[in-house]
Design a protein around this ligand. Structure first.
Ligand code: SF4
Ligand code: SF4
Length: 331
């Protein structure tokens, strides 16, 4: 029996109560923007992220994960804090860690809030309610659903941009059998701007031609510092190592330069406040950390995904780039 007692307005009210800054509804159906995912993987742009191909069926149709699905509730939480952007840091001793990784691991924070929301929806939806929550690697093309649900548009930097809040928010979803009124997608407002494309240090943002309705730009993950510093095992392609520059974990440049983030929303949520030493730390402070100190620093942090060996590998590139040619004493 489908859940028909919930309304979209009530879902949004409950989402705010559960700690989400954004909530919208999309229909659970094959979305035209998903069509290019398979080609993107076939072109090799996913690199070593084999989990994307492994979960392709769910990613192309949410009804694979929940056959009774009628709606997708897309939620977002602003993680931006009152700190400078990486593009404004002018101190050669400091390095950069992606903004989303300064506080608690967003996966855990969002999962906990989604559990609260799911429980509230199940209570109000009654015995016929079915729902499934997802975050990041759980097999949803989150940005496509966020755009379809009216949270913002997918910019040329491939981030979802909300016209009031900017793009510094993380996403989660609940797939449900509840039939909810869908929201209207936000119109793309990138216009003629190309700041993110010009600022990308590895030229990872590429124009693409795809099926009607698909995004006009994509990111070749195998050139993107977010992928290279977090996902790549072994050595980073020597041709791209200089572009690592100051980026220990992830990269925020294409969001830092986006005009929609000039007045981006800032959160005072304790979950996102930078842990000691993670917002633009000194290179020397990171390189001298012991294993135990690293473990303490990245405990329950998104930085755990890279692991100590990858973090130290990247720090090695950064340190080597700063010494005189031939002086490899920091190896
Ligand atoms: S995150 Fe950095 S490397 Fe990746 S596309 Fe954006 S600017 Fe380029
Ligand atoms: S920098 Fe410009 S082109 Fe890139 S996402 Fe922002 S508005 Fe769009």
């Amino acid at each position: 029996m489908p859940a028909d007692t919930l309304t979209a307005a009530r879902v949004k009210y409950l989402a705010r109560d559960a700690g989400f800054d954004l909530c919208g509804i999309a229909r659970a159906e094959k979305h035209p923007k998903l069509a290019r995912l398979q080609d993107w993987i076939a072109l090799g742009y996913a690199g070593e992220m084999s989990y994307l191909a492994d979960s392709l069926a769910e990613r192309l149709d949410p009804r694979v994960a929940l056959p009774t699905a009628q709606s997708i509730i897309s939620v977002g939480v602003v993680y931006n804090t009152a700190q400078p952007y990486s593009t404004t840091i002018d101190d050669p001793d400091r390095v950069a860690i992606a903004r989303y990784a300064w506080g608690d691991d967003y996966h855990g924070v969002l999962r906990a809030r989604l559990r609260v929301l799911l429980a509230a929806l199940a209570t109000e939806g009654g015995p016929g309610f079915e729902g499934l929550s997802c975050v990041d690697v759980d097999g949803m093309q989150e940005r496509v659903w966020a755009e379809a649900a009216g949270l913002g548009w997918i910019g040329k930097n491939t981030c979802v941009i909300n016209p009031k809040l900017g793009s510094w928010f993380v996403l989660g979803e609940i797939i449900t059998n509840a039939e909810l009124d869908a929201d209207t997608p936000v119109v793309d407002q990138c216009g003629t701007c190309t700041r993110c494309i010009e600022a990308c240090p590895t030229q990872a943002i590429l124009p693409v031609t795809g099926p009607a309705g698909s995004e006009p730009y994509t990111v070749d993950a195998t050139r993107c510092l977010s992928y290279l510093t977090i996902e790549t095992r072994g050595e980073i392609d020597p041709a791209l190592q200089p572009a690592v520059s100051t980026h220990v974990f992830g990269c925020d440049i294409c969001q830092d330069v986006c005009p929609w983030n000039r007045k981006a929303a800032v959160s005072d949520d304790p979950a996102w406040q930078p842990r000691d030493g993670l917002a633009f730390p000194r290179l020397a402070d990171l390189t001298r950390l012991s294993d135990a100190e690293w473990s303490a620093l990245i405990k329950d942090s998104a930085m755990k995904r890279a692991g100590l060996s990858r973090l130290r590998r990247t720090l090695g590139y950064i340190a080597r780039a700063r010494v005189e040619p031939g002086a490899r004493g920091l190896d």
